[in-house]
Design a binder for this molecule. Structure first.
Ligand code: NAI
Length: 488
């Protein structure tokens, strides 16, 4: 945490956010007395924003102990971190949750922080005092435990990695140091973990891959694919926070510009809608024929990046894939084209290739806004603006998604934590279900419940089915109203 004196500023913002997070506040009301998370020790890795502060305090309200880090080097709001550390104590005597996050971390600091959320006092001597739950966003905390336990199993950390990314080298260095001091740490931690609840598409992809390879060490709940998460946060959240980040970063008018959105999944749909709403002309790139057709029918031009790279003004990646905008694309762009990413990892944009372009010069306009100048001094000197160094710009250049939409996501998170923590016969379980090692989604009835909790504050009056209508449709009056395969 950077500066504890910011705690009052953070507290004011948290108070306002609580008003916009009816789902989380309803859970506090509903489960405050029964304490379904009593005994849970949650290692959390998720953007340390004001909205996350409301999540953390909700988990604590339901009985959990918590240690927290951010899942991105730029996304922490230092005032939110300070308020969470202070808790209901004072800056001199904080009583809150340990937070290992600040805005603008180095990669080394980031992985140090990820390690800290697993180092619970007394856990080395008595592993049951350690973390027993992970709340993850993007899967880095889960990856650290799995890689740590794997390397402890073979007794060494490989000297080099098959993965050429700078970040992976830092993970290896972090684990090498950890193995030197304690060569069973991650094995112990993995054994004590009841499970992980994962927030985002990219983290779910990693979990599914681990499960398919037989590597997953504990059960997981895929929060992302709750309908009230991905069809709301990914879409409507981005529709708000993407233009927010571009505007705060560049002050460029979006109306009349041509914006390329790479990927038209949930995040891409929100991004394209935001640009259209501002009067920009939107071009979508896609690899999936169904989604490309969807984009076309929504009225967007669908093209290949190489065909539009020289004429568009703004380029945003939303794919969750890699190598989407390469150095040669950036070299071909118009002067002062804006480039940014809102997919989870920074490998959508070839930042390493950009830095290696001969003669390229990087100028800091302000933190998280950089101009990259090509052919300096030549007749065709030109530059592009890259936001947040290719990392999530909606969190790096702005403050991420607004509270209301995060309330829906985080209500799913809290329910998922309750479910997994109580899965082995815990009295607090909502459904009474057990969860084997695998990647699960919450039952649809809970998904509908999350939506219900957000209707009143929008003045929505839901029509109620009568018994005859319900029988005709083959559903229960109280829901769920749709079969599992329904796509919304
Ligand atoms: P999604 O799977 O619904 O959409 C991704 C789309 O990209 C798919 O339609 C896919 O066909 C397309 N795609 C893949 N490779 C491509 C390529 N080379 N060129 C063009 N299109 C390509 O995933 P979703 O939910 O939209 O998430 C996307 C990313 O955004 C993930 O990394 C996710 O974790 C992240 N995310 C970021 C948020 C933020 O606040 N910035 C919020 C939620 C998710």
């Amino acid at each position: 945490m950077r500066d504890i004196s910011l705690h009052e500023v953070g507290r004011h913002q948290i108070r306002l956010a609580e008003h916009e997070m009816p789902g989380l506040m309803a859970l506090r009301e509903q489960y405050g007395d029964s304490q379904p998370l009593k005994g849970a020790r949650i290692a959390g890795s998720l953007h340390m924003t004001v909205q996350t502060a409301v999540l953390i305090e909700t988990l604590a309200h339901l009985g959990a102990e918590i240690r927290w880090a951010s899942c991105n080097i730029f996304s922490t709001q230092d005032e939110a971190a300070a308020a969470i550390v202070v808790g209901d104590g004072t800056a001199e005597k904080p009583t809150g949750v340990p937070v290992f996050a600040w805005k603008n971390e180095t990669l080394e600091q980031y992985w140090w922080a990820a390690e800290q959320i697993f180092l619970w006092p007394g856990a080395k001597e008595d592993p049951t005092l350690g973390a027993n739950m992970i709340l993850d966003d993007g899967g880095d905390a889960t990856l650290l435990v799995h890689k740590g336990a794997e390397f402890e199993g073979v007794g060494m950390v490989p000297a080099t990695s098959e993965d050429d990314a700078e970040e992976y080298k830092v993970i290896l260095a972090t684990l090498r140091k950890s193995l030197e001091t304690d060569n069973q740490r991650w094995t112990r931690i993995a054994k004590n973990l009841r499970g992980v609840t994962e927030e985002t598409t990219t983290g779910v992809l990693r979990l599914n891959q681990m499960f398919e390879n037989g590597e997953l060490l504990f059960p997981a709940i895929n929060v992302n694919d709750a309908v009230t998460k991905s069809k709301f946060d990914n879409k409507y959240g981005i529709r708000h926070s993407l233009p927010d980040g571009i505007m705060r970063g560049t002050d460029v008018l979006l109306g009349g510009k041509t914006a390329v959105v790479a990927g038209y999944g949930d995040v891409g749909k929100g991004a394209a809608d935001a640009f259209r709403g501002q009067g920009a002309r939107v071009i979508v790139t896609e690899i999936d024929p169904i989604i490309a057709l969807q984009a076309a029918m929504d009225g967007y031009q669908v093209a290949r990046l190489e065909d539009v790279v020289a004429t568009a003004d703004i380029f945003i990646t939303t794919t969750g894939g890699r190598d989407i905008i390469m150095a040669e694309h950036m070299l071909a762009m118009k002067d002062k084209a804006i480039v940014g990413n809102v997919g989870h990892f920074d490998n959508e944009i070839d930042m390493a290739g950009l830095a290696q372009i001969p003669g390229v010069e990087k100028v800091e306009i302000k933190p998280q806004v950089h101009e990259w100048v090509f052919d300096k001094g030549a007749e065709n000197e030109r530059s592009i603006i890259v936001l947040s160094e290719g990392r999530l710009l909606n969190l790096g250049n702005a403050t991420g998604h607004p509270s209301f939409v995060m309330s829906a996501s985080f209500t799913n998170q809290v329910m998922a934590q309750i479910e997994l923590f109580n899965a082995e016969g815990g009295a607090g379980s909502i459904t009474g279900k057990t969860y084997e090692i695998g990647v699960h989604v919450l039952p649809k009835l809970l998904d509908e419940q999350v939506a219900r909790l957000h209707l009143d504050s929008l003045g929505v009056r839901l029509t109620e089915l009568n018994k005859t209508q319900a029988e005709y449709l083959g559903v229960d009056v109280a829901g769920p109203y749709k079969p599992e395969h329904y796509r919304y």
